[in-house]
Design a protein around this ligand. Structure first.
Ligand SMILES: Cc1ncc(COP(=O)(O)O)c(C=O)c1O
Length: 440
């Protein structure tokens, strides 16, 4: 490793004990470091890789496009990969979403969506509508606008003086449900908090933003679709826009192409990124309704245009790779092929962790499976965070050949879709051995 790089989302002091691992190459679900050690990439390199590292189809698509056009300014210009990608995506999304606005990373898609909501109401003669409601434990990225709707204090609070405060609403917490409900049978009594927030802020509220079905960075809280159905109805009645952030859960992660399908509802704005290029290049977008698009459309002198751009907006290489990602979904019927693996992952994790005295809950949806470890299974009391148990498990798993990143005391599995059932078993073995090791 070099001392010259400041790495994200970690304490650099830890590198004194555990130096940064320099990865030389990736192949399928494996990463190989410069010493020749291999690691199962159990988190799809931050939830982005779908079809494996160095996937030959993706590499070919990238090479083909690189020989033609790598990048062009996206204001006033377009290119075939972006055009094909927009057509293909819109065909997969609810009919009411008719336009695609490109950006280049997840947080910036969220920034664009927030600005669109504000602009929509401003252009429609409602400049007072400037507020956003978000869920506790929601996570939408770490730029300042995205942090203003972040429900994770860990990421947000240090920057509070820089952030315009928005409206935090206590969201579903199915593992520690205060209403004593179960995820499978509940009618979301917790939704009353959202009803109160919308009613209490009716004049100023522009939009509500949520991650449908799974709050990934918020400790993989999985909640039932009924919450989303209620939210759609409420926001429609109140004249409030609804943003779905499917940056982490889109592109098959929850078992359907988009999580919104499981709730049978559509948002006014949908943010996508991460898996869109199968983890090859940064790309993001916001899909919006015609009504939102039209609110910005008009003669130049009316000054309604949506001004939000990034140098790499709609990058041609990224779009070409995204089209190929959709081709792989289609040609390999990836959603159907994944289904038995979802069940295997759940079973493999439950077989090891299910009866363990420190397992609070094993929860899963599609290719997301999380184990919440607790100090006391009965009371669900968490471990003292200063003990850094999750981090110890992450370290132990690395020495055994798996990259399993923890979120606090939650260990989770979000592998590339090309993982085999045997590899799932190996991964579960490593996680279990690492957990036992870490607990002494
Ligand atoms: C739901 C969600 N929204 C937004 C983001 C931010 O995306 P990015 O890291 O590309 O800025 C993330 C990243 O993890 C995410 O999980």
């Amino acid at each position: 490793m070099t001392e010259k790089i400041w790495h994200p989302c970690m304490q650099m002091h830890d590198t004194r004990q555990h130096p940064i691992i320099t990865i030389d190459r990736g192949q399928g679900i494996y990463l190989y470091d410069v010493q020749g050690n291999s690691y199962i990439d159990a988190i799809s390199s931050w939830w982005v890789n779908l079809f494996g590292h160095a996937n030959p189809r993706i590499v070919r698509a990238l090479t083909r496009q690189a020989q033609k056009l790598e990048q062009v300014i996206f204001s006033g210009f377009s290119h075939e990969p972006a055009e094909r990608l927009s057509e293909r995506l819109l065909a997969l999304l609810p009919d009411a979403l008719t336009k695609i606005f490109f950006a280049d990373n997840g947080s910036c898609a969220v920034e664009a969506a927030l600005k669109m909501c504000r602009g929509y109401f401003r252009n429609a003669g409602h400049p007072e509508k400037t507020k956003f409601a978000f869920l506790t434990h929601g996570y939408h990225g770490e730029t300042l606008g995205a942090l203003s709707v972040c429900g994770e204090a860990l990421y947000r609070d240090a920057f509070a003086p820089l952030i315009v405060p928005q409206i935090e609403v206590v969201g579903p917490d199915c593992f520690r449900c205060p209403f004593g409900e179960t995820r499978q049978a509940c009618d979301a009594p917790c939704f009353a908090a959202m009803e109160r927030a919308v009613a209490g802020n009716a004049r100023e509220l522009a939009a509500v933003i949520v991650e449908p079905l799974v709050q990934c960075a918020g400790n993989f809280r999985i909640y039932p679709p009924v919450y989303l159905r209620k939210l759609r109805e409420l926001t429609r009645e109140a004249g409030v826009l609804l943003i779905f952030d499917e940056i982490a859960v889109g592109f098959g992660r929850t078992g359907t192409m988009f999580a919104l399908e499981q709730a049978g509802v559509r948002p006014d704005l949908l943010c996508l990124s991460k898996g869109i290029t199968s983890g090859t290049l940064p790309l993001s977008l916001v899909a919006v309704t015609e009504e939102i698009y039209q609110a910005f459309y008009g003669e130049y002198a009316k000054q309604k245009a949506f001004l939000h751009s990034h140098s790499y907006t709609g990058n041609a290489l990224a779009c070409a790779v995204a089209v190929e990602t959709l081709n792989i979904f289609r040609d390999e019927d990836a959603l159907a092929a994944n289904r038995p693996k979802h069940a295997r992952l759940r079973r493999a994790v439950e077989e090891r962790f299910g009866d363990f005295k420190h397992t609070g809950e094993v929860r899963s949806l599609g290719f997301i499976c999380a184990v919440e470890l607790v100090a006391d299974r009965e009371t669900k009391e968490p471990f003292d965070w200063k003990r850094r148990l999750g981090y110890q498990i992450y370290r132990k798993a690395l020495t055994r050949g798996a990259l399993l990143r923890n979120l606090g005391e939650i260990i989770y599995f979000m592998p590339p879709y090309v993982i085999t059932e045997d590899e799932i078993e190996t991964l579960a073995d490593i996680a279990w051995a690492a957990t036992r090791d870490a607990l002494g």
